[in-house]
Design a protein around this ligand. Structure first.
Ligand code: SF4
Length: 179
């Protein structure tokens, strides 16, 4: 994959052309507990109903990472087609990484740069735009909270990786519903 690096203040031509490529290129969208809860709220279900059908967990180094499930090896389980065009069936509640795409977060310690994925055929089309810096900041806040709490649950409180993930999602969902 080729990436363009953009610094704060720089612009790039981009327009979504509904290629659907971003939603059909494998199970590579990692989620946070916040994403899971927003999707469950939008669908009007308990988040546990998403398990297996729409969301999976990948365990790496004692940490369970939630991710979108793919169907047929490459298509997101939420991808639908309307009038022949690819459509996200949870668009208003789509995960943060989907909102940001084709902009890819660099790291929370590099808040002034972002990568642009040239695999997206919309890059280079349309008007020149700035990356969505505000959404990017929100994403970093959610990721930092998610992983800080996951590490506490696993390494300080002794939860197994999957139990820790479920507890974290419960905590975040309860908090969102109470607000
Ligand atoms: S959640 Fe929606 S936007 Fe994200 S990959 Fe799936 S279909 Fe695409």
């Amino acid at each position: 994959m080729k990436y363009i690096v953009l610094k704060r203040g720089e612009k790039i031509k981009y327009r979504c052309i509904r290629s659907g490529r971003c939603c059909s290129s494998g199970p590579n969208v990692a989620l946070t507990a916040f994403d899971v809860c927003r999707i469950a709220n939008y669908m009007g279900v308990d988040w546990r109903e998403l398990k297996g059908k729409y969301i999976i967990a990948i365990i790496a180094d004692m940490i369970a990472v939630p991710a979108l499930r793919s169907v047929g090896g490459d298509k997101c389980a939420f991808l639908a087609y309307k009038n022949g065009l690819p459509t996200c069936s949870i668009y208003p509640a789509r995960p943060m990484r989907c909102r940001l795409y084709p902009f890819l977060p660099a790291s929370p310690s590099k808040k002034d740069i972002v990568y642009v994925d040239t695999y997206c055929p919309g890059v280079g089309k349309g008007d020149s735009i700035e990356p969505p810096w505000n959404e990017l900041s929100k994403y970093y806040e959610e990721v930092k909270y998610h992983y800080k709490r996951m590490y506490e649950l696993v390494f300080e409180e002794g939860y197994e990786p999957l139990e820790a993930l479920e507890k974290l999602i419960d905590e975040v969902c309860n908090n969102i519903v109470k607000k």
